[in-house]
Design a protein around this ligand. Structure first.
Ligand code: PMP
Length: 329
């Protein structure tokens, strides 16, 4: 199929049936291959949705500059959308994110501002830094992915519709982790609009506060995670009102084991948020019982983490399990 331009490559990603996780649970577990997007992550959708919405509202125009704080993937999406539309892009990112994301942003021509990892309450946090830069830059538009609901609207309009159609309306459950909450809330709302009996579950990594919020109404984090792009400590505007029926908490060890198994056994090279999502989908499958059809998100490509998740030295230094076939050299 010929698409009309780069932006038309965003979305319409395939679903893949995950053989190992399906066999282990007696369910059919499907992953939405968001690494097929031109920026290789689910965040291309939010980037395009936010910029098209800003254009429609007259918030950005010719010669404009997009400014955003991001764990990296939204920045890559915004930079490619910006290049395709003729906008400059300034990206503020914590310095703890993968080297590959920084190199990709520089290759796209984005101006990269690295800040130390800081709690949300600190003025140094990447979100607040990006808002300040936007305020100080003439002609700038602050994308504000966490609290700009154009983010979840694009998932209601596109991701949820695609999943519903690809599953032929036969879907029992959906789950994914939260960065901004755009994907979980948007897909959850979109699927429930078709069929309110679809179970929507939150998959939360350690170090995030949402599991305890949906469990007992209290935002409380436990443990920590090296997963990039997920792990939220507050109810963002995108998450507010999300139709969440149940919640699971997944460790890095569980998620990473699935990342490595899917690579070894199925040839799928994924990032850790995808592994955590698949672990969440398996927990949901076990909760719902055999024979159910469950969908999750494969958020980004593992080629973005060759220096970390797929690097034995990095894994060993972090005290994480090195897959035995890599130990053999
Ligand atoms: N996984 C990765 C790798 C991401 O970069 C993000 C976005 N921060 C997510 C998952 C979560 O997506 P969302 O922002 O829609 O919650």
């Amino acid at each position: 199929m010929i698409r009309s331009d780069t932006l038309a490559l965003i979305g319409n990603t395939p679903l893949v049936r995950l053989a190992g996780p399906s066999a282990a649970t007696g369910c059919d577990i499907y992953g939405k291959c968001e690494f097929y997007n031109p920026g290789a992550s689910v965040k291309d959708r939010a980037a395009l949705g936010i910029i098209e919405d800003a254009e429609a509202r007259g918030l950005i125009g010719p010669g404009g500059t997009i400014v955003e704080g991001t764990a990296g993937n939204t920045g890559i999406g915004l930079a490619l959308v910006g290049n395709a539309k003729g906008y400059k892009t300034i990206i503020v990112m914590p310095e703890t994110q993968s080297r590959e994301k920084m190199d990709t942003l520089r290759a796209l021509g984005a101006e990269l501002v690295l800040v130390p990892a800081a709690p949300y309450a600190s003025p140094q946090h990447f979100v607040h830094t990006s808002r300040r830069i936007a305020e100080e830059t003439p002609g700038a538009f602050w994308a504000n992915q966490f609290d700009n609901v154009a983010n979840r609207h694009v998932h209601i309009r596109t991701t949820a519709e695609e999943i519903w159609e690809q599953m032929g309306g036969q879907i029992d459950g959906f789950t994914c982790a939260v960065g901004t909450g755009g994907t979980l809330a948007g897909v959850g709302m979109g699927l429930k609009a078709h069929d309110p009996s679809v179970t929507v579950a939150l998959t939360d990594p350690h170090g995030a506060a949402l599991f305890s919020f949906y469990e007992c109404g209290e935002l409380k984090a436990e443990g920590n995670s090296v997963a990039e792009g997920i792990g939220q400590g507050r109810i963002t505007a995108n998450l507010d009102g999300a139709p969440i029926d149940m919640q699971f908490r997944i460790s890095d060890a569980e998620g990473l084991a699935l990342v490595h198994e899917l690579l070894r056994d199925e040839g799928l090279c994924l990032g850790l948020s995808s592994g955590i999502n698949v672990a969440g989908a398996m927990a949901l499958a076990r909760r719902l019982g055999p024979g159910k059809r469950i969908v999750t998100i494969l958020c980004d490509t593992g080629f973005r983490y060759l220096s970390t998740l797929h690097n034995p030295e990095w894994l060993a230094a972090k005290g994480l399990a090195v897959p035995d076939w890599r130990q053999r050299g």
